[in-house]
Design a protein around this ligand. Sequence first.
Ligand code: TYM
Length: 329
Amino acid sequence: METVLSGIRSTGHLHLGNYFGALRNFVRIQDEYNCFFFIADLHSLTTHPHPDDFHASVKIILSEYLAAGLDPEKSAIYIQSDVPEICELYVLLNMLAYTGELERTVTFKEKVRQNPDNVNAGLLTYPVLMASDILVHRAQWVPVGKDQEQHLEMARVYARRFNGMYGEEVFPEPQNLVFKGGAMKVPGLDGSGKMGKSNGNGIYLYDDEKTITKKVMKAVTDSGPTEPDSPMPEVIANLFTLLKLVSTQDTVDYFTEKWNDCSIRYGDLKKQLAADICKMTLPIKEKIDAIYNDDAYLSKVVASGRERARASASATMKLVRKAVGFKAF
Ligand code: TYM
């Protein structure tokens, strides 16, 4: 069985971008692959969360993973910081990662622009830590959204470089595991290209009906089409992208027709979109609460995930240490 690995940072709740770009796919593939799904708490430290909030953030994502359908009987579900082998590999891969290429990473440049006062080395080497997460299990497949593809490409570079430098094929080159239509980019409601945690434009799995409806009704639109079959501006195309994710084909066809003959009423489109989002997310939300309050269950899940992840990671580190030249005295 081939190995799949993926993770999500423990920052706030999961939004529809995380769900459709990643989590939904994790759930779908659990029977077909040897799966490792983790919570990237070390990655979340780049923004210095308060220690009082740190654990709760991990617990939230863990509960949301399980509520969405990740099954600890099938997949290893674990916390990144529970697997020290990842940090060891991170040190070794840092020796093969050049600062020039790290500085050119799109996400790094974006963060520098957004937070010029917090350009720490962890941020710079973020892709190296991510490569360590993946390579420590010698994973072949990594289901991620479009925004993570450059990081994945860097993981391939480090895998190749390591194998080349030490003359051993320790690591396979990990590929994005995408479903039909290619890697996903879920848009925000503010007309921006991407739904994101830091953009304040997200709908969360944990939002209640009132919040979801309010957010959707406030989504940016334009003054409407004036000529039949006119091209759709990005803000409207974004709403249709969301509609395609949560609604039936009939609903999508209905509103597409309305757009094409210029009779579309954005209020109706938004009401339908909000209702269909709620239909999908509210049953998950209900489960999140129950799981979040079941400490005994969560602690069992985490312990079994840690054990499976460490067994796999330590087997890889044996090969890595041998290739690098470590020897026992
Ligand atoms: P993170 O936590 O930002 O996002 C988690 C997953 O959600 C996807 N995603 C989206 N997909 C489509 N449209 C969007 N608007 C959208 N927003 C987020 C991301 O592509 C991702 O798949 N560095 C990673 C976490 C990580 C990781 C790893 C992932 C750490 N180590 C190893 C895979 C393998 C991150 O910050 O994702």
